[in-house]
Ligand binder design. Sequence first.
Ligand code: BGP
Length: 487
Amino acid sequence: MYKTTFPKQFPDDFLWGGATAANQVEGAWNVDGKGLTTAEVVRKTTDRKHMSMDDVDKESIQAALADKSAADYPKRRGVDFYHHYKEDIKLFAEMGFKVYRFSIAWSRIFPNGDDAQPNEAGLAFYEKVIDELAKYDIKPLVTLSHYEMPIALTLRQNGWLSRDTIKAFNHFTETVFKRFKGKVPYWLTFNEINTGTWGFHATGVLDSHETRAKQLQMRYQALHHQFVASAIATKQLREIDPKAKMGCMLARMQTYPGTPNPVDVRAAQLEDDKNLFFTDVQARGEYPEYMNRYFAENKIEIKMAADDEAILAKYPVDFISFSYYMTTVTKADEGEQVNGNMATGGRNPYLQESDWGWQIDPIGLRVTLDEMWDRYRKPLFVVENGLGAVDQLTSDGKVHDDYRIDYLRQHIQQMKEATEDGVQLMGYTMWGPIDLISFSTSEMSKRYGFIYVDQDDQGKGSLDRIKKDSFYWYKKVIASNGEDLTD
Ligand code: BGP
């Protein structure tokens, strides 16, 4: 039987909003008992094409710990959300946000990662944020780990490579689930979990001096520990706060075959599988066979404890979230590479690039949504999408960011197409609703926001918040539930 009707609108309860991460907005890196994180020991880069976070080693960390200023470490200052949260949330509310995605910095709660008792000042800060959101009926969507693990765990046990980190993380998750019970309807465990295969920033594992083969061995082992910790967190949430939902989070990077040559089609299929592998484990509850084969062929051995597979199988996530910025192209013999979201990929001659070389592909978002819905049949959530650009503040204090409006409009249009295709989409949290420190380059001048923050790359500025043209545009989009995308 063919259905003759299909949804033509975003659902009434569609969650419109924005997303940030503690290490990119909060600042206040050394107050109220907070410990340092992996994000705050990475120096700012002097070259946009070079992302310095994966050159980190013990020596660079020691130098960072000895440096008590934020000058070279912009994630220590963020945009001072820690002291501006009321003003910022008020602006989000003015745009009509239904949801705000932010992360809880583990090291605000457990400064060394595995302290016996939580730091009350850290819990109190997030409680104030959550209560402030509630005043405006904005639902929190909280990421438990967004590239900001306590650096003490890296130094002591090489981050997620150690199985002990599971216990420490789940003590943290249990603590925040209990404290915020009934107040946070949506949680995510690891931000862009797949980027753990790219290096230090996601797993806190120091391996920059190892061979590629050894790095892969170490990274997949660390990721196994994250899978188990994520499943345990899901179990805890079901017990502590059964109405709340748990999601996984992937940096989704759809890749297209470079040519119709079957060898390229197959190479692209394998690349895509290696990207979706993470969601396969977290949503379906088991390691897929294609990946077991890949591990065997590459001599990667994942050490598992006796009940790991049972835990993964028993506690899959409730919904699937992902970031979407770009697509790539795969050829069996690689071809020309372009920059990307912490990764490189093949150039697509049909696409334009952002100033940072990220290939812009709105239709790819529909392709991604349709394919992921087919593969998982679980609710999807686009929790990051946006355009990093250099904005100009005009003399009358305005920012005319029509390029950002264009980018977002085209992506929202394709999301709507996907909903009409039948995809169950929960919401959309645009990345960086307020200007923040870029994750990959630590620049301030790579701006994403609807709200301009007066701060430059050196950390100078009044920190005043200024509404850009896109602010008023997004407000209209939300008020019309995605129907009015005009300027
Ligand atoms: C994602 C990260 C975010 C964010 C975004 C934009 O990979 O989850 O933390 O930063 O990309 O990247 P960037 O800040 O490097 O422009």
